[in-house]
Design a protein around this ligand. Structure first.
Ligand code: HEC
Ligand code: HEC
Ligand code: HEC
Ligand code: HEC
Length: 156
């Protein structure tokens, strides 16, 4: 009975990310990181404008602006979620504020990609391993042409 209850709670409320690994944010391999090397001495500008730097970034994420996600006073961090400023390795909880259902599915291995053991260590791909945070929508894939019939490919 007790074991049944325990299992029930375990299954109802799985506690994800215990002894689990999440891939590193790709930003750490960016030649611009640490961002504070420039931004540490720059004043943040909150207005939406055409930037004279980072022009390679196309922002196309609903109506969001840079500082909705990037922390204005510490550019090596993202904005607060759950009361604390987060590192780039915790970016999934920022995405989770607005994409709650998908976030929950991600922790359960339904959305995204999780490898490892069901009752042991698991490895999660970060949201940004697949989605560009600035322009997250996937372009529709163009279907490949159907394979040729053998009589067309066989040499006589
Ligand atoms: C939806 C949240 C979000 C918005 C809005 C956003 N960013 Fe980002 N940005 C991120 C996240 C998350 C990363 C880290 C991605 C990774 O490496 O995993 C990142 C990475 C970066 C990087 C380093 C990697 C690269 O692409 O060069 C720069 C620079 C950057 N952002 C600048 C900006 C600027 C400038 C804007 C506004 C024009 C902006 N971001 C808007 C979330 C956001
Ligand atoms: C070589 C210097 C340099 C580095 C390194 C750098 N930035 Fe910037 N960044 C700038 C400049 C300059 C601007 C302002 C451009 C403008 O106002 O037109 C800017 C603007 C921004 C903005 C727009 C908001 C604001 O404060 O003006 C964001 C967000 C941003 N950078 C994020 C990042 C992130 C994230 C990184 C690290 C991955 C990074 N930057 C690294 C030079 C830098
Ligand atoms: C402040 C709220 C907010 C944050 C934070 C945020 N998003 Fe979004 N995102 C939106 C809105 C609003 C849309 C457009 C409406 C929709 O399709 O859900 C959107 C659209 C998307 C889409 C495209 C959906 C489609 O229609 O194909 C993806 C993918 C996505 N976001 C991923 C992310 C990822 C990854 C992060 C974290 C780096 C993130 N979002 C952070 C609000 C947010
Ligand atoms: C292994 C790659 C992968 C990872 C990791 C991943 N996604 Fe996705 N995501 C996808 C694919 C593929 C789609 C479907 C795109 C489509 O159908 O157009 C998608 C769709 C979405 C959509 C649009 C869903 C809809 O119903 O329109 C949102 C929002 C989203 N992802 C957010 C996230 C967030 C937030 C995370 C991290 C917590 C994340 N994704 C992690 C691959 C991934």
């Amino acid at each position: 009975m007790m074991i049944g209850l325990f299992l029930f709670f375990l299954l109802m409320f799985p506690s994800p990310l215990i002894s689990d690994t999440v891939s590193n944010a790709r930003i750490f391999s960016s030649p611009l990181f640490p961002c504070s090397s420039c931004h540490g001495v720059m004043k943040p500008v909150f207005s939406r404008r055409k930037l004279s730097f980072h022009e390679d970034i196309t922002l196309n994420h609903d109506n969001l602006w840079c500082l909705d996600c990037h922390n204005a006073s510490n550019r090596d961090r993202l904005n607060k979620t759950g009361g604390k400023i987060i590192t780039f390795n915790e970016l999934q909880s920022l995405c989770g504020i607005c994409h709650g259902v998908i976030y929950t599915e991600w922790t359960q291995g339904v959305h995204g990609k999780r490898t490892g053991y069901w009752n042991g260590e698991k490895h999660y791909l970060l949201c940004t391993d697949c989605h560009n945070p600035h322009s997250p929508r996937f372009n529709p894939l163009r279907p490949e042409p159907p394979p040729l019939r053998p009589e067309k490919t066989l040499r006589r």
